[in-house]
Each structure stands twice: as C-alpha cells, then as structure tokens.
Design a protein around this ligand. Structure first.
Ligand SMILES: Nc1ncnc2c1ncn2[C@@H]1O[C@H](COP(=O)(O)OP(=O)(O)OP(=O)(O)O)[C@@H](O)[C@H]1O
Ligand SMILES: [Mg+2]
Length: 252
C-alpha cells in the first residue's frame, strides 16, 4: 500500500483535478484505490458528484477523530472515497506534535485493503496539509506554467521540508512537480519550462497535462478522464502520467 498526497498552498493549480483523474486511472489499471479528501471545500465530492453529507460512510473528520474501522464510499469498481466537509476546518490550527493522526492510523493498517491512497489537500499551509504529508509515502506538487508559480512551488517544497523536519520519524519522499494546464503555444511557455527544468532537474515530471476544455468541463458531468474515449488527449496524458508515477514508486 502506498499513499500519495497532492499539495500546494496556491489555489486552482489542479490538485483536485490531479487527484480524481490519477486515482481513476489507477483503479482502471486494477489497483484498489482510495481518495481521501482533507480539504474543507470538499471539492473531490463535488467533482465526482458524490454526496459528502452521507453520514453512513467514513469521512475525513472521522479519520482525524481516530476511528478504527473504515466504511468508505464506493465510486466505481476499485475506486473508493473518504469525503471531506467543512467541519474538518476546525482541525486547521491543531499542531501535529507527536506524529499525525492519519499517519498513526495508516501504521495500524487502516488502509491496508488498498493498493494506493491519494490525498487531496487545501490551498493553505495548515496542519491539514501537514497531516496529508505526514500520512503519505510521497507528495506531489502541481503547478501552472505562470511566472509567479515558480515562487509557489518553492514555497510548497519548503513547507513540506519544514513539516518533515518537525516529524523526525516520518520520511515522506518528494515525488516531483507536475506541470498542469500547459499551453505550449503561449509565448512565455518555453522560457517558463526552461527555468523550471533548470531549478528542478529530474524532480519535474516528464509527463505534463495540457490545458484542455474537456478537463475543465468534466466536473459538470461528474466525469473523470476514464469516462472519455481512448483517443482523448486528456485520457492519454493522464494515463502516461500514471505510468510515470508507477515507474517512479513501484506497482504497490
Ligand atoms: N488541465 C486542465 N485543463 C483545463 N482546466 C483545468 C485543468 N486542470 C484544472 N483545471 C480547472 O482549473 C480549476 C482549478 O482546478 P482544481 O480545482 O483541480 O485546482 P485546486 O488546486 O484543487 O484548487 P484549490 O486550491 O481551490 O483546491 C478547475 O475549474 C478545473 O476544472
Ligand atoms: Mg482542490
């Protein structure tokens, strides 16, 4: 079982989009996949048209309260969800001294039924993001190709580094930076890419996701790229990205 959190304090860079689409692809590759939403906005549920207020299923507030048995929502075959709701915001200011709550549950085997767990986090530098990082084997930072985003990536990397310095028994690995919403025809793109490659080297993932209307529209229909036809650019790009992630971290 491997856990990956998607983090960036900058809003709208594609954290939720990455979580739902990468998770969906993983499930179609035969991996039992769980999405955990740690964002008070609850966007994963909205994206997937899932009722986040169904109190019969486990939500991420229950995780932070330390529950010991999971009853996740079922989205599709091999794809489950632990939704969030705005109540989780009250955990935003808690310090994670002594190890994160979700990390402890993971260590106790709460997620062992799954091959992969993907965690969506809010656009903040809060203890909810720290929970996500600490509970994960890897963290991934998505960004848009914009000039100011370079600073945002640096800030996210520093936040993760500081978090891990304060949790000495936890060694979450930096999986890399995902460039999302790419428009190769934009004049500044090649300059931006050169700068990011110079700064990140092989920590910039090779596969990038283009800015595509079909991705922007998919939440309207509760769809992810796996619902698109096989020739769809979005599906091909997310599939290549999923393969790169599997190559980097191993199959399970
Ligand atoms: N590759 C893409 N092409 C087109 N639109 C995209 C793409 N990626 C994301 N979007 C759109 O950009 C917006 C922001 O994406 P998303 O919600 O995934 O970002 P986020 O980082 O999770 O935001 P927040 O910080 O608020 O949680 C959404 O409307 C989404 O549909
Ligand atoms: Mg989001």
């Amino acid at each position: 079982m491997k856990t990956i959190s998607i983090i960036c304090q900058k809003g709208g860079v594609g954290k939720t989009t990455s979580v739902v689409n990468i998770s969906s692809i993983f499930s179609t590759k035969g991996y039992k996949t769980l999405i955990v939403d740690l964002d008070p906005q609850g966007n994963v549920s909205t994206y997937l048209n899932f009722d986040k207020n169904n109190n019969k299923i486990t939500n991420s507030v229950n995780l932070l309260e330390g529950l010991t048995k999971l009853n996740p929502g079922i989205l599709k075959e091999k794809l489950s969800i632990i939704p969030s709701n705005k109540e989780i915001a009250r955990y935003n200011e808690e310090k994670i001294i002594g190890g994160s709550k979700i990390w402890k549950l993971k260590k106790e085997g709460l997620f062992d039924d799954f091959d992969f767990v993907f965690i969506d986090t809010p656009p903040t530098m809060s203890s909810l993001v720290q929970e996500g990082i600490a509970a994960s084997d890897y963290y991934l930072i998505p960004t848009k190709p914009e000039f100011l985003a370079i600073e945002g990536v640096g800030q996210a990397m520093n936040f993760a580094k500081t978090t891990l310095k304060n949790t000495p028994n936890i060694n979450t690995i930096f999986l890399g930076v995902l460039l999302n919403q790419v428009e190769t025809k934009r004049a500044s793109y090649q300059d931006f890419l050169k700068e990011l490659e110079y700064l990140l080297g092989d920590r910039l993932l090779k596969n990038k996701i283009s800015h595509l209307t079909e991705i922007a529209d998919s939440p309207f229909y509760g769809e992810t790229v796996i619902d698109f036809n096989d020739e769809s650019k979005a599906k091909i790009e997310f599939n290549n990205l999923a393969n790169e992630i599997i190559e980097k971290i191993g199959k399970k």
